[in-house]
Design a protein around this ligand. Structure first.
Ligand code: NAD
Length: 683
């Protein structure tokens, strides 16, 4: 056996069996396609001699989980991936990629550069480069359409979707599915004297031009018109009608340019930040068992949490106050599952399995067999505290209890409970089966294994966890409140709501703050302001405008009017009048704000609040803030999150923005350690 190694990550082992070279890629833990792997592959292929074929296969749990992103911020060293692919294509014998686990990005491009692909049914294949601000750079946009057609290729490349081995076989992306041992299957496949077949020389299948155009339009819209999405579409389109060598060179040049641009750097930052956010530094505990879940409260959140758990294969017992409420919740839940089924998002078997895994109850004593119980009842201490007390008394010690409170003080809520160490916050976002973010709240008494059980739940549900300490609004809602407050003060001082919304959207937010408020309802924040009225500092600036709108019944979309008039979403003369009155009452002469100032002021409000809560220890690390905003609040991913954005700006401009923020907020302004926070982000 020959072994090819190099000083950087990974090894390629080469073994010849019956004139077939078996090249095993071994770069634990995920076989990332590093420089050493590329070099090892080229050397092994060139040293191969007189062979009937070669098989590329991954050691451990995957083929290749993608390129090593750490290499992407700097010049790439020879050999690059296209060099390895050329060696596969130029080899005088057929090369087969034997795929298990994942084949992503450069891993899949390498497989596409082989003559044949064989995969396990549950393998996952995808080209995630577009979600990282780039385009595939080693022929992905050219070889994939030759196998699948351009429609499927556009969908897969632009959506950065991962497909199973089974689906890949149905699209023509893999040539055979392996039953039993993968290497044996690949050896058997090659034993049938396969001819050499270079994918890049194949013809792109003809497809209906209108259907192709529709797929491209849809991908561009879904990709929010980002330049890399447009480039990916152009390149896939060109696979059919241009010289393949020229388009491969074009693709490589686009990739080399995009990988060094700000969008790609920001998205790489989020990529690493998201992986880090699911861990707690210095914690070494094992999660508890997680095989069944109880959900208490079958309202908006309870139903969404139940759907998320069912979708992840976890049986759910849903508890409501009485039989009538339970009936309503269960039938709403089943209707939602039926609707998913009708839209083709849930197969027949999955629908039946999820319904069979759902049980209802009106007594929390029925939850004793669950591993985890999540309460999502009304946001009232008088409801939550007795319920938690009852759960702690009734449920066996091993059962973990989660509360989905948005704002309440979990430490105070559980202070008197003997079992408080098994309680944590699990703050889902609405709709809970769709939104990626899950704030896992570590209360003072929460045990380490309970905390990691919360993180394991997030993983099981496919959510992005962020660990927070107890604080009003935890991480996300607290930062969002500062952002919304700044938006309201900009309005009071002279900007129209539609100007603020337009500026936020132009920055890349899916919606501006006033449009969001109309969507979720103005009454939620109104109720909170009423609760806080007695303790509010009378000297602090207070914007009365939303209170006046609520008093006039303008609660948002659900009442047909809020910050805007609906259904057409038009600025409202009624709102203009309320704003004018509020300015007159406060003696304010409105001043103009341009879009850039509005954007920077909204962002700096977030950045300042983030610095404050990091200093208080509410969040673990600056990058967690970016993960929170990008996954739960529509912050444009290609800007990397508020702290990444600020860290790219001139420090003097950020300091000036902070001064302007301080002036606008006035009495009670707390200035956070922004410069230190941004410096820590770079660590
Ligand atoms: P909701 O009013 O829609 O639902 C609450 C449900 O709890 C109702 O169906 C009610 O019948 C039931 N309930 C009340 N007391 C109960 C009891 N003792 N036993 C069993 N069932 C009981 O409220 P929601 O919007 O789903 O919010 C629930 C929790 O989730 C709150 O703590 C809220 O702050 C939090 N939350 C809400 C959102 C959101 O966007 N709605 C987001 C994150 C967190």
């Amino acid at each position: 056996m020959n072994t090819h190694t190099s000083p950087s990550h990974g090894t390629v082992r080469s073994e010849i069996r019956d004139r077939i070279a078996i090249l095993t890629i071994d770069n634990p833990p995920v076989n990332a396609g590093s420089h050493a792997i590329r070099k090892g592959l080229i050397e092994a292929l060139q040293a191969a001699g007189d062979l009937r074929g070669a098989i590329l296969i991954g050691a451990g749990r995957s083929f290749i989980a993608g390129s090593d992103l750490r290499e992407f911020g700097a010049p790439l060293a020879w050999p690059e991936l296209p060099d390895v692919i050329s060696a596969c294509e130029e080899a005088p014998f057929p090369v087969v990629a034997a795929i298990h686990g994942v084949a992503l990005g450069g891993g899949l491009e390498l497989a596409l550069g082989c003559d044949y692909r064989i995969a396990t049914e549950d393998a996952r294949l995808g080209l995630p480069e577009v979600s990282l601000g780039m385009v595939p750079g080693a022929g992905g946009t050219q070889r994939l359409p030759r196998l699948t057609g351009r429609i499927a290729a556009v969908e897969m490349v632009c959506g950065s979707t991962r497909i199973t081995g089974t689906r890949a076989a149905s699209l023509g992306l893999v040539d055979a599915l392996a039953e039993g041992d993968l290497l044996d299957a690949a050896l058997t496949f090659l034993a049938q004297d396969r001819p050499k077949r270079v994918v890049a020389q194949m013809t792109v299948p003809d497809e209906d031009p209108a259907a192709l155009q529709a797929a491209c339009d849809k991908a561009l819209k879904k990709g929010r018109g980002r330049p890399n999405v447009a480039e990916a579409i152009r390149l896939v389109q060109a696979s059919a009608d241009a010289d393949v060598a020229a388009v491969l060179a074009d693709e490589r040049a686009v990739f080399q340019r995009l990988r060094l641009e700000p969008d790609a750097s920001a998205l790489r930052h989020l990529f690493f930040a998201e992986r880090r956010a699911g861990s707690v530094d210095g914690l070494d505990a094992k999660p508890r068992a997680l095989a069944s879940v109880g959900v208490i409260g079958g309202g908006t959140m309870g139903q969404g949490i139940a759907r998320a758990c069912l979708g992840a294969g976890l049986p759910v017992t849903l508890v409501e106050r009485d039989a009538a409420a339970l009936d309503r919740s269960l039938s709403a839940l089943c209707d939602a599952l039926d609707a998913r089924h009708a839209r083709g998002r849930l197969g027949d078997a999955a629908l039946a399995a999820q319904k069979a895994a759902l049980r209802g109850a009106t007594d929390v004593a029925d939850l004793t067999g669950c591993d985890l119980v999540i309460e999502a009842v009304f946001e009232e201490l008088s409801v939550k505290v007795p319920l938690l007390e009852q759960l702690d008394r009734l449920l066996p010690e091993n059962v973990v209890i989660g509360t989905n409170t948005s704002y309440l003080d979990i430490n105070a809520m559980v202070a008197d409970l003997p079992g408080r160490s098994r309680i944590l916050g699990l703050h889902f976002f609405s709709p809970a089966d769709v939104m990626k973010l899950l704030e896992v709240v570590r209360a003072e008494a929460t045990a380490d294994d309970v905390l990691v059980t919360g993180l394991a739940l997030a993983k099981r549900l496919g959510k992005q966890p962020v660990v927070a300490r107890v604080a009003e609004g935890f991480i996300g809602n607290r930062i969002y409140a500062a952002y919304r407050r700044r938006a309201e003060l900009l309005m009071l001082d002279g900007a129209a709501p539609q100007d603020v919304d337009a500026a936020a959207q132009a920055f890349g937010f899916a919606m501006g703050p006033f449009a969001v408020s109309d969507m979720s309802g103005l009454d939620i924040a109104w109720a909170m302001r009423k609760r806080q009225a007695a303790t509010r500092d009378p000297k602090a600036r207070y914007v009365t405008i939303p209170d006046r709108l609520c008093e006039a019944g303008r609660l948002g979309r659900k009442t047909g009017a809020g910050w805007y008039d609906y259904p057409e979403t038009r600025p409202s003369p009624v709102v203009d009048a309320v704003i004018a009155n509020a300015r007159a009452d406060a003696g304010i002469t409105p001043q103009p704000f341009d879009a850039a100032t509005i954007q920077r002021q909204l962002l700096i409000a977030m950045v300042n609040e983030a610095a404050l809560l990091l200093a208080e220890g509410v969040a673990q690390r600056p990058s967690d803030i970016d993960v929170t905003l990008a996954n739960g609040y529509g912050f444009p991913r290609w800007k990397g999150g508020p702290l990444w954005w600020a860290a790219q700006e001139d420090p003097a401009a950020i300091a000036a923005d902070l001064d302007q923020l301080e002036q606008a907020i006035g009495h009670g302004f707390a200035r956070g350690p922004v410069a230190e926070t941004l410096a820590a982000l770079k660590d």
